[in-house]
Design a protein around this ligand. Structure first.
Ligand code: MN
Length: 262
């Protein structure tokens, strides 16, 4: 059963990110959220957690630092922030939407599995909220086009929550690296794939010892479907509905035959 369309004006939004409480993209997302409703709460990591994926802090205690009304920092990951936001700070009145971002840099293709931004949305969904991850692509050394996310973010979030929403779905939104006026449109996409082989750089420190730096893969794999990578590189905003169930139904049937119960 789909969730009923939400009246965004009366919705409560929880905002988080993985770039940390001081990140410019967080301010962009707060503006997006506040243009939709007055009931906006921010719970974000004290320091950057990019690449933290869906990690959860379990061996050390967490602290919630209140910065101002409805604005908190947590010494943990985006997942910790959403957990504490929903189960502690907002436990009496849960958010209707979790927004995560706006990440400085895209979260396309395999990025989804490494991204703390996307994980923030996943955690929101796991705890029963609608959830959207938002990322602003950065491709050049020039200025970051935050205004593209700021311009299109509110209308995209509004249209998403007004649409029939399947209960196990979160949405991954990526804004292309172009000014708002140059955006070609909004594309509903599937997750792309990239060649991951050339992402390690080996170099040497001043003492002659090797070190390694993990970079971002750039080469997209061709696909017959419209992918997030293809859409954003041709100037479209990519909107990808995703779900958490990793099981593969086809392989399940194959293995049920292979491991046939006697
Ligand atoms: Mn990040």
């Amino acid at each position: 059963m789909n969730l009923k369309p939400l009246d965004i004006k009366h919705a409560r939004i929880l905002v988080t990110n993985d770039d940390g409480i001081h990140a410019p993209g967080l301010k962009v997302l707060e503006k997006i959220a506040r243009s939709l409703t007055d009931d906006v709460w921010v719970v974000a990591p004290e320091v950057e957690q990019s690449g933290a994926s869906h990690s959860l802090t379990v061996r050390v205690p967490l602290r919630i630092r209140r910065l101002s009304a409805r604005r908190y920092a947590v010494n943990g990951t985006p997942t910790d922030c959403v957990l504490l936001g929903m189960l502690q700070i907002l436990k009496k009145h849960q958010p209707d939407i979790v927004l995560s971002g706006v990440n400085g840099g895209s979260n396309l293709a395999e990025d989804v599995d490494h991204s703390g931004t996307v994980a923030g949305a996943m955690e929101g969904l796991m705890l029963g909220s609608r959830a959207v991850a938002l990322s602003q692509m950065i491709r050049t050394d020039g200025p970051i086009h935050w205004k593209t996310a700021l311009h299109y973010g509110p209308r995209i979030v509004r249209r998403l929550v007004e649409a029939p929403w399947a209960p196990d779905v979160f949405v991954n939104v990526n804004f292309p690296d172009v000014p708002a006026a140059s955006v070609k449109g909004i594309a509903i996409t599937c997750q792309g794939r990239r060649r991951l082989h050339e992402r390690i750089t080996e170099s040497f420190d001043p003492f002659g010892r090797a070190y390694y730096w993990i970079g971002a893969p750039r080469q997209d794999m061709p696909s017959k479907e419209e992918t997030d990578t293809a859409a954003t590189s041709s100037g479209y905003i990519s909107v990808t509905p995703m779900h958490l169930d990793h099981s593969h139904r086809g392989m399940m049937r194959t293995l049920q035959t292979v491991f046939k119960r006697k």
